[in-house]
Design a binder for this molecule. Structure first.
Ligand code: AGP
Length: 616
């Protein structure tokens, strides 16, 4: 996916666009560019590489003007080169467009335009859209340039299949932006004498907290003083102005060297925010107001499907263990990209949850729509307020974690598991979970933030352990029961930011093939707290040690048995077994972080990745 931002107002556009891109870089960072209307025409600067390259280009050749667009790219069609960077121009060079999404019928459109004499400069699908809009615009003769541009965008998008979030400017319509969305997010930022369009409200939070989250098929056009939102077919649409709940400093890195470390250290607060106001001592249960289901409806649920991608799917797997153990409801996890195509047999009393930090992951969004298409209520467990999944789901819960900028999910994982624990308690207390058991788990949830703080105090020690294994070319992550998903999550953290091979497995799977990999060059990380399967984990650690495999163990404070046999041990405070993934995942986050930083990797913007996958 990519980051786009448009500005029209009274101030110089270049610094606003560049600062907005800095806030959007997590969405894609292999090239960037901007186009600004300078009063007598349009100037474009764009280049491959990181945003700093664009800053240098603009500093060396400044652009005046108070209306423009900009883009930071995660390449889908065509490698990250200067020519493939956005903005893209039409055939005349007077129209510029930035695009987030995929134009699926770009080749047929391109063939038609080339037959009509169009010459393309890039290999991208997005450039085809710029030419298509420009071609229609140039053939229009009626009306003002502004209205001809709106009409040209509308007519062009009717010819397109695929997804888009776009912003368009034209030299003949100075101080005027046109935007539209289908499948990729686009937000209107409302300022005083200035207006914005962006992929994510984080890009404009320095200028305004008033936002309108556009829906699919919305088209918007604006000046610095006014704006109008219509549907693609020209009809009027209703919209609401939302007040953005997070602040500018929450988007900044503060004193931390990386967003990822900041977000790891935010977890005492983010976990607290996930359960704040949602614990009911009186009922020894949880309160989740956004589910939009009555107690009777929840009581009738006899099967649950949890859907997500990546880290969200790992949280879902912990959720499966939680719901089945606390509420005794058959629960299964579906990877969103599989669920959307596999036609799972579901009956009326099945409840579906989609889990997504960004609320924009295209496979998870499509899975939600597939469930709804079959008549199911689909609830969302989402972090990003106003995101597409949050708005289109039939209800759900926000994580309230605040913006998660680092590409590697950290606080969103522990908050997702916390919310899933609340859901399991709520459903369990409607069934067989006793008041005493409910009270005990609520108390354990309350104690999580302080327990997380004690783990974070070990960050330096965990860095020392990471440095000890810096030459490792691979790593195994092993756990059982509630911590089998934790092992998967630990492996994902390690591989996605350090680029070494890492895999997660149930500990007992070692004997079924995995142990063939064990050698003195391959460290194994065991999540082995003092729980119901500790003895079994200890046996597995012994098996690895017997084959000279180094072992890093995460275990409960005071567990001397594990400390005796492991090469390195990281302690977590005692916690009820079903909540242990929340604590055990934090040393794994820190291990991956320190390991990757020591290897010189860019932990906030790892290669080939982007924070939210809004293209298939
Ligand atoms: C995890 O660290 C990655 N960032 C990735 O696997 C991510 O969890 C996945 O793309 C799902 O994103 P979402 O939660 O925003 O839907």
């Amino acid at each position: 996916m990519c980051g786009i931002i448009g500005y029209v107002g009274k101030d110089s556009a270049a610094p606003i666009l560049l600062d907005g891109l800095r806030r959007l870089e997590y969405r894609g960072y292999d090239s960037s560019g901007l186009a600004i209307l300078n009063g007598s025409g349009m100037e474009v600067r764009k280049c491959s590489g990181r945003l700093q390259n664009l800053r240098t280009l603009v500093a060396g050749s400044p652009i005046k003007g108070s209306c423009g667009i900009s883009h930071t790219r995660w390449a889908t069609h065509g490698p990250p080169t200067d020519e493939n960077a956005h903005p893209h121009l039409d055939n005349t060079g007077k129209l510029a467009l930035v695009h987030n999404g995929v134009i699926e019928n770009h080749q047929s459109l391109r063939n038609g335009l080339e037959k009509n004499g169009h010459t393309f400069r890039s290999q991208t699908d997005s450039e085809v859209l710029a030419h298509l809009i420009g071609d229609i615009f140039d053939k229009q003769t009626e009306g003002t340039a502004e209205m001809r541009l709106v009409d040209a965008v509308r007519k062009a998008l009717r010819k397109v299949t695929g997804t888009y979030g776009i912003v368009v400017v034209h030299e003949d319509a100075p101080d005027f932006l046109v935007g539209a969305r289908l499948g990729s997010p686009l937000v209107v930022g409302l300022g005083k004498g200035e207006n914005f369009l962006a992929s994510d409200v984080a890009a404009v939070i320095s200028h305004t907290s008033d936002a309108i989250y556009l829906n699919d098929h919305d088209l918007v056009y604006m000046t610095g003083e006014d704006f109008k939102i219509e549907s693609l077919d020209g009809g009027s649409v209703s919209f609401e102005v939302s007040r953005v709940e997070f602040t500018e400093e929450q988007v900044e890195m503060g004193d931390f060297p990386h967003y990822m470390l900041k977000e790891i250290f935010e977890q005492p607060d983010s976990i607290l925010n996930a359960f704040r106001g949602r614990l009911s001592d009186e009922e020894a249960s949880a309160k989740l107001g956004g589910l939009n289901l009555t107690p009777q409806q929840l009581r009738e649920v006899d099967r649950i499907v949890l859907v997500g991608c990546g880290t969200a799917s790992h949280a879902a797997m912990v959720g499966e263990y939680l719901i089945e153990s606390l509420a005794r409801i058959p629960t299964e996890v579906e990877i969103a990209s599989e669920f959307r195509y596999r036609n799972l047999p579901l009956d009326k009393s099945t409840l579906i949850f989609v889990i997504s930090q960004s609320g924009e992951t295209i496979d998870t969004l499509a899975a939600m729509r597939e469930g709804q298409r079959k008549g199911h209520r689909v609830l969302g467990i989402v972090n990003t307020v106003g995101s597409t999944i949050a708005r289109e789901s039939d209800g759900g819960c926000y994580l309230h974690s605040g913006p998660e900028i680092g590409v590697a999910a950290t606080k969103s994982f522990t908050s997702q598991v916390t919310v899933l624990a609340l859901l399991a308690i709520l459903l369990g207390r409607m069934r067989h979970l006793s008041m005493a058991a409910g009270k005990q788990i609520l108390q354990e949830i309350r104690e999580l933030p302080d327990k997380v703080k004690t783990i974070l105090e070990q960050s330096d020690r965990i860095r020392d352990i990471a440095l000890k294994y810096l030459d490792a070319e691979g790593m195994l992550f092993l756990g059982r029961q509630f911590n089998f998903p934790t092992a998967l999550e630990g492996a994902l953290k390690m591989k996605e930011i350090s680029y070494i091979f890492a895999s997660g497995h149930p500990s007992a799977e070692l004997k079924h093939g995995i142990i063939a990999l064990v050698s003195e060059d391959l460290p194994s990380v065991f999540i082995a707290p003092s729980d119901s399967v500790l003895e079994k984990n200890i046996s597995n650690i012994e098996e690895v040690k017997a084959r000279k495999g180094p072992v890093i163990a995460i275990t409960t404070e005071g567990n001397e048995e594990v400390a005796r046999i492991a090469d390195d041990v990281i302690y977590i405070p005692p916690v009820v077994e079903c909540l242990s993934p929340i604590l055990a995942s934090i040393p794994l986050q820190l291990l991956a972080y320190h390991f990757s930083v020591a290897k010189g990797c860019d932990v906030d913007k790892p290669r080939n990745l982007a924070k939210s996958v809004t293209v298939e």
